[in-house]
Design a protein around this ligand. Structure first.
Ligand code: NAP
Length: 267
């Protein structure tokens, strides 16, 4: 690091367990980019965004709980992020701050490297922030989506906004779809023995993606693998959404393998 090092970071709370610093710093050093990326525990997002302008921070990732509230403090928001209603990436172009959302793009890339989604049925478990991003992402790739969620009103609301169908969890067996994506936190450490759907809902030949990345092999993925399904872990989405950020910020091609290795190493 020297006096021309570009500063990047993540704004969230908590951020102590974020994998983004190790992922982005490994990428910067692999391509010889003079940048560094830090984790900032942010309580007041408005003040933190002013800090980007004041200090000339080149870009930030934004995570829970600021993905929605950050929008009010930016100069511009990309169309897809506006539709999702959340920003997870900010770039500072000569003092003009623009927000993007790379979660949907990351999920689509992780999915489409393993299977085709156009004109196919996709079940999304969950109706939270990431379900929104993943839903908009796969729909813009031409998939038909069904939302399945524990809280009916939340699931119905998201389905309406996406132009998708909704089914309560108890009805999941009635849905015939070759692709299922878990966007709930069920199965995440320290509750790694939990599974968001019963085993009998899965069929050989299905593609099962879990966006939970800690543990990398969730109980859902282990079960699906044992049944002969194609599986996609949460690290793929994490790395591809990070690769979008890296490319936006640096204008260089993201070293995907380096980023994956850094994240798997941490996990
Ligand atoms: P969120 O907005 O809080 O949404 C959580 C969702 O999980 C809701 O739909 C909630 O259902 C459901 N849920 C929680 N506990 C449940 C339970 N016991 N049974 C059934 N449903 C349950 O969270 P989020 O921001 O979308 O994040 C969800 C997960 O995705 C987290 O594990 C996060 O780490 C992971 N994630 C991964 C990536 C990646 O790049 N791989 C990116 C973002 C997030 P209700 O509506 O009924 O409460």
């Amino acid at each position: 690091m020297n006096s021309t090092t570009s500063l990047y970071g993540i704004f969230g709370n908590p951020v102590g367990h974020s994998l983004s610093p190790v992922m982005h710093n490994s990428a910067f050093s692999a391509v010889g980019y003079n940048g560094t990326y830090l984790a900032f525990k942010v309580i007041d997002i408005g003040t933190a965004v002013n800090g980007i302008r004041a200090l000339g921070i080149k870009g930030v990732s934004v995570t829970i709980p600021h993905k929605v509230s950050v929008i009010d403090f930016l100069d511009d928001v990309d169309e897809q992020a506006r539709r999702i209603g959340a920003v997870n990436t900010v770039i500072n172009r000569d003092g003009v701050l623009k927000g993007y959302n790379s979660d949907g793009l990351g999920a689509v890339k992780a999915l489409t490297e393993k299977t085709v989604v156009r004109d196919r049925d996709v079940v999304i478990l969950g109706a939270g922030g990431s379900a929104r991003a993943v839903g908009f992402g796969v729909i813009s790739e031409g998939a038909r989506v069904t939302i399945v969620n524990r809280t009916v009103e939340k699931g119905e609301r998201l389905a309406r906004e996406l132009g998708a169908e909704f089914h309560p969890l108890s009805d999941i067996k009635k849905i015939d779809a070759p692709i299922l994506i878990n966007t709930t936190s069920v199965g995440m450490s320290p509750h790694a023995n939990e599974i968001p759907v019963k085993e009998e809902m899965l069929d050989m030949g299905m593609v099962i993606m879990d966006i939970v990345y800690n543990p990398v092999k969730t109980r859902l993925l282990k079960t699906a693998e044992a049944m002969g399904c194609e599986t996609i872990d949460g690290v793929a989405m994490l790395v591809y959404q990070g690769a979008f950020q890296f490319e936006l910020w640096t204008g260089m091609k993201a070293p995907i393998d380096v980023m994956k290795k850094a994240v798997y190493g941490e996990l």
